[in-house]
Design a protein around this ligand. Structure first.
Ligand code: TXA
Ligand code: MG
Length: 310
């Protein structure tokens, strides 16, 4: 059920229930982060493997500081620069955070969303909420309330905030003594982070710029049902294809045109992939965007996962 009633949503959370809520990135599947049973229900509804940890959403840095073993000066500097916003910090967890939230691990991922409804919901409920993307595991993240219902069914309560303005998931960084490691690319990139904290690359990843795998970074992810391929030019397209492209498509092709600027492309991406899927083609072809900068890098990361074979 889709609602705009924050109190109704907060009451559902207080009863140990689930509520999908809007953020600036994608819709999250909310549950009381300190209630193991509620968190287990979120895993179950998503069909998410238990070892893949969840992001905890807060409405203040004070709330964040009580979820970690130590709220460092670096964490404070990063939070004051980037929160509220699409950046998730991974830090050693406090004992009060149930290990079901962290996939059994000793660190917890935290972010403060840049969305009034999300923060109002957390405030009305009165505590931190887990918020995995509100879709079945492995499928396309939802950027509207209707997408949530399409993925999780009509029984889930969805707080409607309209389309998500950023459209792709937050940058995830692990904070260590040495600095910040990017685990998942997002609209906040390494250059912007480096103004605040040294950006380090794990020794396990000698090829430098590639982000580190985090438990959720499966090769195939964010994927349409239809086989999806990345292409570099629109010259010859098979008849039964839908093409998602920035350039002018060949006459007569079934095409979904995308904006040419990075922010608008990211905001539109997941809705476009859903539309392409609904046209039920034999294959979805996506023109590989060539732009540079953190948003295009994050977009290409999602596109390569959407088109991975398995
Ligand atoms: O923008 C977002 O981050 C959205 C909105 C709703 O906030 N949430 C989201 O959550 O994308 P989810 O669960 O779909 O993705 C969380 C990612 C996964 O790749 C997971 O493995 C990683 O964050 N993660 C969570 N906790 C972690 C931890 N303790 N250590 C390393 N990676 C972690
Ligand atoms: Mg997700």
């Amino acid at each position: 059920m889709i609602t705009s009633d924050i109190q109704l949503a907060a009451d559902e959370l207080s009863r140990g229930g689930l509520v999908a809520f809007p953020t600036e990135t994608v819709y999250g599947l909310g549950a009381d982060a300190l209630d193991e049973n509620a968190v287990r229900q979120a895993f179950a509804l998503k069909g998410r493997p238990a070892h893949n940890p969840l992001i905890v959403h807060v409405s203040s840095t004070e709330m964040a500081s009580r979820l970690v073993r130590k709220w460092s000066e670096t964490a404070e500097r990063i939070a004051s620069r980037f929160w509220p916003g699409p950046l998730t910090l991974v830090l050693p967890k406090a004992d009060r955070v149930p290990s079901v939230v962290t996939g059994g691990g000793g660190t917890v991922a935290i972010r403060m969303p840049d969305h009034d409804l999300a923060r109002s919901l957390i405030e009305s409920f009165g505590g931190p909420l887990v918020g995995p993307s509100a879709n079945r595991s492995g499928t396309i993240s939802p950027t509207t309330a209707a997408h949530v219902e399409d993925s999780l069914g009509p029984d889930i309560l969805v707080l409607d905030g309209g389309p998500c303005p950023r459209g792709i998931e937050s940058t995830v960084i692990r904070l260590t003594e040495a600095g910040a490691e990017i685990l998942r690319p997002g609209v906040i990139g390494a250059d912007e982070l480096a103004e605040i904290v040294p950006v380090v690359h794990s020794e396990r990843e000698p090829t430098a710029n590639a982000p580190l795998p985090s438990p959720g970074m499966l090769k195939k992810h964010y994927a349409p049902r239809t086989p999806t391929r990345l292409i570099d030019d629109l010259g010859e397209l098979p008849g039964q294809a839908v093409v998602v492209c920035i350039s002018e498509p060949p006459a007569g092709s079934r095409a979904i045109r995308m904006p040419s600027d990075a922010s608008s492309y990211a905001a539109r991406l997941y809705a476009a992939l859903r539309e392409a899927d609904e046209l039920a083609p034999e294959v979805i072809l996506i023109e590989r965007p060539t732009g540079s900068g953190p948003i295009w890098d994050a977009v290409r990361d999602r596109l390569s996962r959407a088109s991975a074979q398995n």
